[in-house]
Design a protein around this ligand. Structure first.
Ligand code: NAP
Length: 480
């Protein structure tokens, strides 16, 4: 009999898991989604300018490629439509439980099953739990003094208030990461004045975006090989050129030059340029890929504020020097709570072990997928599987294939639990590979936890991860 599977989350990961179960003829699964719609991060991030900086032909499932992406880099709306299309096409709808938040999952060793609890208090047993909650799903707000005294309109970039018209307003955007870089040009176009609060400058390289012509799209439709070849070309290009940057390899100087040329070409004012020049090694934090960010900062209605924020006051923001800058709208483009994997779900494994206790020193999982003492629990986009250089969809597909390979094993031999020794060996290999990366340099980023451990990123090429997750190694697990 096929195992019953609870999938948490209906973003790229959860949907991919559902699709592969469906394709394998396994229909004993439920996808729990706390929101009313599928799409994960692409449902939540609707801010103006939201788009992906991985090319369209690569930022999609390998088994569901589209010839008709309208642009070289997909915009949020098109990605969301793509995910909804996938859910429909592969028949996931009857398995989706929308508006249903999973709050807890407890492994009951007496029956070898997980008891999954949802926010409405319902409990349901499952053989297997697959988490697809991702790494960028919980907005992080700063804790500036006075935030609650603010009398204007304030919201996080991932909770955009579309009813609030920014035309002519005095807007403050806090942050300058990938989200802010996309938001700022759009806001600058309509706002009366825009203050951009930057704490740390980022390395920025241009984005070679543009629309596909109808002829190009027709060619991709008529000649599927062309589409497949383009996908492969993009993959190899990123893997071959960008990955080496992260380990101080051959292309580092090339990318540094690309970024410094980009800054010089787009920003004439030497004082502004100096403020925008990073002092940490390229790649240590996520590289911003955008061609509109710098030009927006040179607009007469835009100021780049680099003085630290002291507090929020009722009508604006006070900086460390005591200057109050008026703002009737504050956009917190301040990122996500990235290192508290799976929070706030309470996961309890064998012997009453709580996942959040086990991960107190930093989240970790064998292959980013399995954790000792948590039998039949599998993670998608788990610890150390984020990429600093390539499409995360590739990683998710590798993980789903791996989990699909586990299902026959656990069906035949009972619940599978990764051995602590396998976890230790994995940690050692990871540490060794991590030591070669630029993330170990002294920059802060969302890749690291408070103790400075890189808990989010995969330190190797995507091809290596694909290879080592090709099939589960039964020797790494105990069964039954
Ligand atoms: P982020 O990269 O974490 O950036 C957050 C920004 O807020 C940073 O500039 C940070 O400054 C600033 N900030 C946070 N707390 C602050 C404080 N207390 N005071 C002052 N500034 C503060 O978040 P994000 O831009 O939302 O991007 C997160 C990730 O989402 C990206 O790295 C990327 O992986 C993904 N993303 C991808 C795309 C895409 O095109 N594919 C688009 C958007 C997002 P510091 O830098 O000094 O910490």
């Amino acid at each position: 009999m096929a195992p019953t599977v609870a999938i948490i989350g209906a973003g790229f990961g959860g949907l991919c898991m559902g699709i592969q179960l469906q394709r394998a003829g396994i229909s004993t699964y439920t996808i729990f989604e706390k929101a009313g719609r599928v799409g994960g991060t692409w449902r939540d991030n609707t801010y103006p300018g939201a788009a992906c900086d991985v090319p369209s032909h690569l930022y999609s499932y390998s088994f569901e490629q589209r010839h008709d992406w309208t642009r070289r880099y997909p915009r949020q709306r098109e990605i969301l439509a793509y995910l909804e299309h996938c859910a429909r096409k592969y028949g996931l709808r009857p398995h989706l439980r929308l508006n249903t938040e999973v709050t807890a999952a407890v492994f009951d060793a007496s029956v070898n099953r997980w008891r999954v609890t949802t926010a409405d208090g319902q409990e349901e047993p499952f053989d297997v739990v697959v988490s697809g909650v991702g790494q960028l799903n919980r907005p992080r707000l700063p804790d500036f003094p006075g935030m609650s005294s603010y009398e204007g309109t304030a919201f996080h970039s991932a909770r955009w208030d579309h009813d609030h018209d920014l035309t002519g307003r005095r807007v403050a955007v806090i942050g300058n990461g990938s989200s802010a870089a996309q938001i700022i040009p759009r806001v600058a176009r309509v706002a009366g004045h825009l203050d951009v609060y930057q704490r740390t400058p980022n390395w920025v390289i241009p984005k070679a975006d543009g629309a596909y012509s109808p002829r190009e799209r027709l060619a991709f439709q008529r000649v599927p090989l062309l589409l497949a070849a383009d996908r492969e070309r993009i993959f190899r290009f990123i893997e071959g050129l960008v990955f080496p940057v992260l380990v101080g390899g051959w292309s580092r100087r090339l990318i540094v030059k690309r970024a410094t040329d980009h800054l010089r070409q787009q920003v004439e004012d030497p004082a502004l340029r100096a403020k925008l020049t990073p002092t940490y090694p390229i790649g240590c934090r996520r590289i911003v890929i955008d061609s509109d960010f710098y030009p927006a900062l040179t607009q007469p209605n835009v100021d780049l504020v680099t003085e630290p924020i002291a507090r929020v006051v009722p009508h604006g923001i006070e900086t460390a020097g005591g200057t109050v800058r008026e703002a009737d709208t504050i956009v917190y483009a301040t990122g996500f709570q990235t290192t508290d994997f799976l929070a706030p779900i309470e996961i309890t494994g064998r012997e009453g072990r709580r996942l959040h206790d086990v991960w107190k020193g930093g989240a970790e999982a064998y292959l980013g997928v399995a954790v000792p003492y948590f039998p039949n629990l599998f993670l998608l986009y788990g610890p150390n599987t984020n990429l600093g250089h390539n499409s995360i969809v590739l990683m998710i597909e590798s993980q789903v294939r791996y989990i699909m390979g586990c299902l026959p094993l656990l069906s035949a031999r009972g619940p599978m639990e990764v051995r602590p020794a396998a976890m230790d060996a994995w940690r050692r290999a990871l540490d060794q590979a991590m030591a070669r990366t630029v993330w170990e340099a002294s920059c802060h980023s969302w890749y690291k936890n408070a103790a400075g451990r890189v808990t989010n990123n995969w330190p190797g090429p995507a091809t290596v991860y694909r290879r080592i997750t090709r099939a589960p190694r039964p020797g790494a697990y105990t069964f039954g």
